[in-house]
Ligand binder design. Structure first.
Ligand SMILES: [Zn+2]
Length: 251
């Protein structure tokens, strides 16, 4: 007897759970792959555009929920900002699908950087350091002392150091474009970072607003069930009072 029951239980555990059919598209999904109508916000339910009014326990598949939620987010953004760009439409879709969009742009930029980009960054970093300034000043002063005080008559660059001027001009001519290249790259990186921040913030705003609505809905449901429970308790109490009164009258 016990063995038969345990066999039945094992068969029940092994058999897959019954599939549920979406109230909108009719697609069959596992029970954990659907949302119940009662758990959807009224706006999402309206965006589902069902041709009949569904029961509270009817299932809606993930794809239909995400589609309706994206439509709600798009409407919400359009109401706040007017015309929507490609970026906002994409964010509404990703927020509805709960897809993570945060990414490390520095790592991606490093990976895409060419050898020349890395070289210009490195040179700009070295050129903008106190170490470079100190070394350069030491070379300049050394050059002047060597030519003016040590070598004197045999100086390869006598006062007013025309060769030194030429070297300095060449260094400046090369250094300026290298720093500009590095700054351009930094500018592109900053713009990409700003766009990325905007995307993440916008998605977070949409999701937080949706969470607020969902919490309101949960509180509303809870309040309604509490009221129903209170009504049932009041009915029971009235019935009990009536019964007691009858018993008192009969005795
Ligand atoms: Zn569906």
């Amino acid at each position: 007897m016990m063995a038969g029951m345990s066999h039945r239980r094992a068969r029940q555990a092994a058999s897959p759970p019954p599939e549920l059919h979406c109230a909108r598209c009719g697609t069959a999904s596992a029970p954990d792959g659907v949302s119940r109508v009662a758990a959807l916000r009224p706006e999402v339910l309206a965006a589902l555009a069902l041709d009949r009014s569904p029961g509270p326990t009817e299932p809606v598949c993930r794809a239909c929920t995400a589609h309706a939620r994206a439509a709600v987010f798009r409407d919400q953004l359009a109401a706040e900002r007017g015309e929507l760009g490609e970026l906002e439409t994409d964010i509404a879709k990703r927020a509805a699908e709960h897809v993570a969009i945060a990414m490390n742009l520095d790592a991606a930029s490093e990976k895409e950087a060419r050898l020349s980009d890395r070289l210009s960054d490195r040179l700009a970093k070295v050129g903008g350091s106190w170490g470079f300034v100190t070394a350069f000043l030491t070379i300049l002063v050394g050059w002047m002392i060597l030519n003016a005080a040590v070598l004197r008559e045999g100086a390869f660059d006598p006062y007013p150091f025309i060769l030194l001027n030429l070297v300095l001009s060449c260094v400046a001519a090369i250094q300026a474009p290298i720093i500009l290249m590095s700054q351009n790259r930094a500018g592109i990186r900053d713009r990409a970072q700003a766009t990325q921040d905007y995307r993440v913030n916008l998605k977070a705003e949409l999701e937080v607003a949706a969470l607020h609505d969902k919490l309101d809905l949960l509180l509303h449901h809870k309040w309604e069930s509490l009221l129903a429970l209170q009504d049932a308790q009041t009915d029971l109490l009235e019935e009990l009072i009536d019964r007691t009164k009858k018993q008192v009258v009969e005795s």
